[in-house]
Design a protein around this ligand. Structure first.
Ligand code: NAD
Ligand code: WQD
Length: 338
């Protein structure tokens, strides 16, 4: 299929490009590089040995979208482009709604004008909010606790309303749990532009000597070792979920949400221990106060994706930590190492 990938130069997008091309899909990227570097796509081109057409610009730009639709004529869109920092979203709600909801709206308008009927959307497990039960299934109530989460839920609602008015369309909503890891080539990976907000890139930067110690945000949660538990998923498994979703979108109509996780969870202390084993480096840690808004534990029930998308995560915790270490140690300054 011919697939337009918005935000394709980002962390998850770049890994997805490789999996799409490996399955014979033709890709085209639209990215404004607000959180990525163009060199990412050079690495993707080298690894795939395939051309990747890229348009530089904002997903909210209608004229650019019309140009991409006319020139590339996509049969489906995978929509990664968006902002994802929870803390920043609380300080800049309008900016987050503008990009995350406004971007999705502009894209759907352009798809309607061009007659494109299929979209795969990057949503997040954060739409569930405080767990009423675990593991979360897709029927769990949605009550996100951050502006970021509410922009994702609003975009999901928009997609459902779009589909309801156009029954021939398919919107696949993928609710990612905690993506980690890097491509086995160690050529592409997560490259936070600032201090990492997320656990795994922070641990990796401590291991490589860029930061002194990991702050563990609370060890008094109601979990076996007191630290927060999450369902970490290897980014290559996540990328493959998009390929499966694309196949699903060619065979189905509807607007359907899928949890994309492993169904297992690990604590912060378990992640640190696994990373020490993978890297052979000591990871100094300090226990600090809980981070505002954090929950004790979350875990996916991914059986809907397993059954309906025919997708299942296959990478282990060791795959996650080893690939992160290979990427971080071979690119200590991320893509700036180039
Ligand atoms: P990322 O920041 O690495 O990738 C996002 C990409 O979109 C970047 O290349 C950025 O330059 C681009 N972009 C942002 N705003 C844009 C705009 N207005 N126009 C064009 N391009 C724009 O993030 P990621 O981790 O790869 O996440 C991809 C998507 O998945 C996001 O929508 C994010 O909210 C969602 N998501 C991420 C996580 C996670 O933990 N990484 C979890 C759940 C959901
Ligand atoms: C994981 C665990 C922290 C950093 C966030 C977003 C979510 C989604 C994924 C986009 C928690 C602990 C972390 C640190 C720590 N993103 N931690 N020290 O909070 O589950 O999810 O990213 O959709 O929306 O909220 O992931 O990696 O930040 O934290 O102790 O320096 O690690 O308290 O228990 P989180 P995370």
């Amino acid at each position: 299929m011919r697939v337009l990938v918005t935000g394709g130069a980002g962390y998850i997008g770049s890994h997805t490009l490789l999996e799409l091309m490996a399955q014979g899909h033709e890709v085209c990227v639209l990215d404004n590089y607000c959180n990525a570097r163009p060199v990412v796509l050079d690495r993707v081109r080298n690894l795939s040995n395939r051309p990747v057409t890229a348009y530089t610009g904002d997903v909210r730009q209608a004229t650019l979208l019309d140009q991409v639709m006319a020139e590339f004529a996509p049969e489906a869109v995978i929509h990664f482009a968006g902002l994802k920092a929870v803390g920043e979203s609380m300080r800049d709600p309008l900016g987050y709604y503008d990009v995350n909801l406004g971007g999705t709206l502009a894209l759907l308008h352009a798809m309607d004008r061009a007659g494109v009927r299929r979209i795969i959307f990057s949503s997040s497990a954060t739409v569930y909010g405080d767990p009423e039960y675990l593991p979360y299934d897709e029927a769990h109530p949605t009550a996100p606790t951050s502006v970021y989460g509410r922009t994702k839920l609003a975009a999901e609602t928009l997609l459902r309303d779009w589909h309801a008015a156009h029954p021939e369309t398919c919107a696949v909503i993928l609710r990612y749990f905690n993506p980690v890891g890097a491509h086995p080539s160690a050529q592409i990976g997560e490259d936070p532009s600032d201090t990492p907000n997320n656990l795994m890139p922070f641990i990796a930067q401590v291991a490589v000597g860029k930061r002194g110690a990991l702050q563990i945000f609370g060890d008094d949660y109601d979990t076996p070792d007191g630290t927060g538990q999450r369902d970490y998923i290897h980014v290559v498994d996540l990328a493959r979920a998009h390929v499966a979703a694309l196949r699903y979108s060619a065979e189905h109509t509807g607007a359907r949400a899928f949890n994309i996780g492993t169904g297992e969870s690990y604590s912060v202390k378990q992640m640190v221990a696994a990373f020490q084993t993978a890297s052979g480096q000591d990871i100094p840690c300090q226990i600090t106060a809980r981070r505002t808004g954090d929950i004790a534990a979350m875990q996916a029930n991914a059986s809907r994706a397993n059954q309906e998308l025919g997708w299942k995560a296959t990478h282990s915790l060791a795959d996650m930590t080893q690939s992160t270490w290979a990427w971080q140690s071979q690119n200590p300054d991320g893509y700036e190492s180039d």
